[in-house]
Design a binder for this molecule. Structure first.
Ligand SMILES: CC[C@H](O)CC(=O)C(=O)O
Ligand SMILES: [Mn+2]
Length: 341
């Protein structure tokens, strides 16, 4: 299947989905998913540790398999699709970017907190020098007003990014907020705009459609919702909905459905759904990738994971501050013990 595409989908299950399975991807799983995505004619797929290149650590979670081996595996079976990598400056460095490029990654997505685009300069410039398609990825976009988003996106554009994404990391944005943000970026930038949603408030599809209506051309999805928290906009559903709306994705719907059903569903420990904890992520505006960390801390300290997440939301904790999850859990447990005396 070829031809015109109105939007370009990036499938993120092999990176964002890594959070949901505690970074336990095997080469065999990645090979099977990547091959099926390629056969379904998905233009881009992202492969890396959930926290991006070099994310494997005690702080973020150790990978079962070296991510470079996973990237190589995906590249080896892609005839048409391009493999993308995510890099958070400070977690990954230009060295990992160069290595990912050397083994065949074609797109670099450089991710920063919504107010910290300035730390992406070196990495965006390096990716462009390597000849990679380059995306600026502004995470936790709900935490800043639209004017700030525009300012930060313009910085990424000035560094050479080909695309800038509004990233709803917490799944906290409402459709009118997505609409306002995408429209402002369209009005102020000359490059393509993208949207990456999470389904914690069951709004990923509505938000994605709002983004597309406002002119976003790059859209992320995760097959079977295999992403952090309640997952992302479900790719196979997005393909079907776009088809009904007359929006060309170029992706084969049946092949995506078969991939979801027969290859991705068996990878999941339990089906991706909106649980009380993932709902609180969206409600309190907390990083979707904090879900499993907060659940583990709740178990360790014998407290309700929702209390941890709500407190993290109040403190406006951001990606990279995973150690705060333990601090907050210990504090809550201490307060409870004190109150019980
Ligand atoms: C920690 C990186 C994060 O998972 C990137 C992303 O997908 C998001 O912010 O939603
Ligand atoms: Mn995400």
């Amino acid at each position: 299947m070829t031809g015109q595409r109105d939007i370009l989908i990036t499938e993120v299950a092999l990176r964002d989905g890594s959070h949901a399975i505690a970074h336990q991807y095997t080469v065999e799983q990645v090979t099977n998913v990547a091959r099926a995505l390629d056969e379904a004619n998905v233009p881009y797929m992202e492969v890396a540790h959930g926290d991006g290149l070099s994310g494997s650590s005690l702080q973020y979670g150790l990978s079962r398999t070296d991510e470079m081996k996973l990237i190589e595996a995906a590249v080896s079976v892609c005839k048409h699709s391009k493999v993308a990598v995510l890099l958070l400056p400070g977690i990954g460095t230009v060295n990992e970017l160069k290595e990912a490029h050397r083994i065949g990654a074609k797109m670099a997505r450089i991710a920063t907190h919504i107010t910290e685009a300035d730390i992406s300069k070196q990495h965006i410039e390096m990716a462009k020098n390597l000849g990679m398609e380059t995306v600026g990825f502004l995470m936790m976009s709900h935490m800043a007003p639209t004017e700030k988003l525009v300012e930060q996106a313009k910085l990424m554009e000035s560094y050479g990014a080909d695309v800038v994404y509004v990233v709803d990391s917490a799944g906290a944005l409402l459709p009118h907020e997505v609409r306002e943000r995408i429209r402002a970026l369209r009005d102020h930038l000359s490059i393509d705009i993208g949207f990456h949603g999470h389904n914690n408030l069951s709004l990923a599809m509505a938000n994605t459609l709002a983004a597309i209506e406002e002119g976003a051309k790059r859209i992320d999805g995760s097959v079977r919702c295999l992403g952090a928290g309640a997952g992302n906009t479900q790719t196979e559903v997005l393909v079907a909905v776009c088809d009904r709306l007359g929006i060309q994705t170029g992706v084969d719907i049946y092949k995506m459905m078969d991939l979801a059903e027969h290859i991705v569903a068996p990878i999941l420990n339990s089906p991706q759904e909106i649980t009380k904890d993932s709902l609180v992520l969206g409600y309190a505006g907390v990083y979707s990738s904090f879900l499993l960390h907060a659940q583990r801390a709740a178990k360790k300290f014998g407290i309700d994971s929702r209390d941890i997440l709500v407190e993290l939301g109040k403190r406006k904790v951001v990606g990279g501050q995973e150690d705060m999850i333990i601090d907050v859990a210990a504090e809550i447990a201490g307060q409870k013990a004190g109150a019980a005396v």
